[in-house]
Design a protein around this ligand. Structure first.
Ligand code: NAD
Ligand code: TDX
Length: 344
């Protein structure tokens, strides 16, 4: 599969999707990428700007994964040899405000892509990108970690919608023998992350001289992985994962939120006064932690980027790309799409 064929990447204009495309084309993991994305508030075609002129190896189609006609047309036109399904509504706080778009994109959208992949010529493998949040929450005072056999226990509308999607993907394998692989990854950080998530929000606020809102007591723990390590893990599962299997992805890097913010302060020349404790997130999961021994054993994948260096590089990227932050916040990026594809 490597080096040739067309990969259909949904949600390719978002944070992880765009990092995946940079690696897939930059390192020639495949012959061509077709990026399919609705360009919601979180999708920015500018993230893929370096490829838009390369019409041999890259194409972009704007569309909704929950629209069977739009998805069917992409499969018919490009005949992908593999599908990597990133498209989702991804922010927990937004799902608490309004779960409807989460059901639309994460559940219905996944079913539509799944059905189209199954019916397409050659029934290409679909890798479904999911999250560790489907497993629920771990106590702070334990060494327990999430693994593939753990029962699902989603506790936010976002996690529930991702769990629903995962079950549809598992059911397609069980019922139809469809070639699918599911990955459940922990919290990602790195370039191109929309500044609603903790790390880019904190960097942005610290750069602007503002405070960082820390929810509750700041002791909730997340297991952080650099986005490029996640993307390499997705590739490993796409190429070497067993059909119908689930793979948990993580980099053995548990950090309480307050320590994440404290690690950022000196990198941005700020002190403790830049921290502001605010009301907790309703239903806030206490701790996530991943046991990644299965993916390591079965595919040979291992994370490469150490937390300290990864975080410093990430801060550097946001510092060096102030116009990116300004454009995603203003919605200005949509005009780039109009300029390139307007009238399509
Ligand atoms: P993101 O919000 O940055 O990007 C999502 C992308 O999907 C955007 O480009 C958006 O325009 C697109 N999209 C949304 N609705 C769509 C629709 N109806 N049709 C087509 N495209 C649509 O999200 P992300 O952080 O890059 O996450 C990507 C995937 O990885 C998601 O499935 C998410 O659940 C999963 N995941 C994320 C993390 C994380 O820490 N960010 C961790 C584990 C898993
Ligand atoms: O301003 C903030 N202050 C704060 O204390 C924000 C935005 C978050 N937090 C806390 C909540 C979480 O404990 O930081 C932690 C991380 O929050 P998010 O960045 O919102 O991520 P999380 O809720 O953990 O979910 C993320 O990881 C799993 C992604 O958004 C999901 O898409 C992914 O599936």
């Amino acid at each position: 599969m490597s080096g040739q064929g067309t990969w259909l990447v949904t949600g390719a204009a978002g944070f992880i999707g765009s990092n995946f495309v940079h690696l897939a084309l930059g390192e020639r993991w495949c012959g061509r990428v077709v990026a399919f994305d609705a360009l919601t508030y979180a999708g920015n075609l500018g993230n893929l700007e370096r490829w838009t002129a390369d019409r041999e190896r890259f194409d972009f189609v704007r569309g909704d994964v929950a629209d069977p006609d739009a998805v069917g047309r992409v499969f018919a036109e490009y005949e992908p040899s593999a599908v990597v399904h990133f498209a989702a509504e991804s922010h927990v706080d937004r799902s608490i405000e309004d779960p409807a778009p989460f059901l639309h994109t994460n559940v219905t959208g996944t079913q539509v892509v799944l059905g189209a992949a199954r019916e397409a010529p050659g029934a290409p493998r679909m890798l479904h990108v999911s999250t560790d949040e489907v497993y629920g929450s771990l106590p702070l005072d334990s060494t327990e970690r999430f693994h593939e056999q753990r029962p699902y226990d989603p506790r936010s509308p976002y996690a529930a919608s991702k769990a629903g999607a995962d079950f549809l993907v598992r059911a397609a394998h069980h019922t139809h023998g469809q070639d699918v692989v599911i990955t459940n990854c922990s919290n990602n950080y790195g370039p191109y992350q929309f500044p609603e998530k903790l790390i880019p929000l904190a960097i942005m606020n610290l750069l602007r001289g503002e405070q960082v809102p820390v929810y509750g007591d700041g002791l909730n723990v997340r297991d952080w992985i650099h986005v490029e390590d996640h993307c390499r893990a997705v590739r490993a599962c796409l190429e070497r994962g067993r059909s119908g299997e689930t793979y948990c992805i993580g980099a053995d890097n548990e950090q309480p939120n307050i320590e994440v913010v404290r690690a950022l302060l000196p990198l941005l020349g700020r002190g403790e006064l830049a921290i502001r404790f605010v009301r907790d997130r309703p239903g806030h999961d206490r701790r996530y932690a991943i046991d990644a021994s299965k993916i390591r054993r079965e595919t040979g994948w291992a994370p490469r980027i150490a937390w300290k260096e990864g975080l410093a590089d990430t801060v550097r990227w946001y510092r060096e790309n102030p116009e990116w932050l300004a454009s995603v916040r203003s919605g200005e990026f949509l005009s780039y799409y109009e300029r390139l594809y307007g009238g399509q």
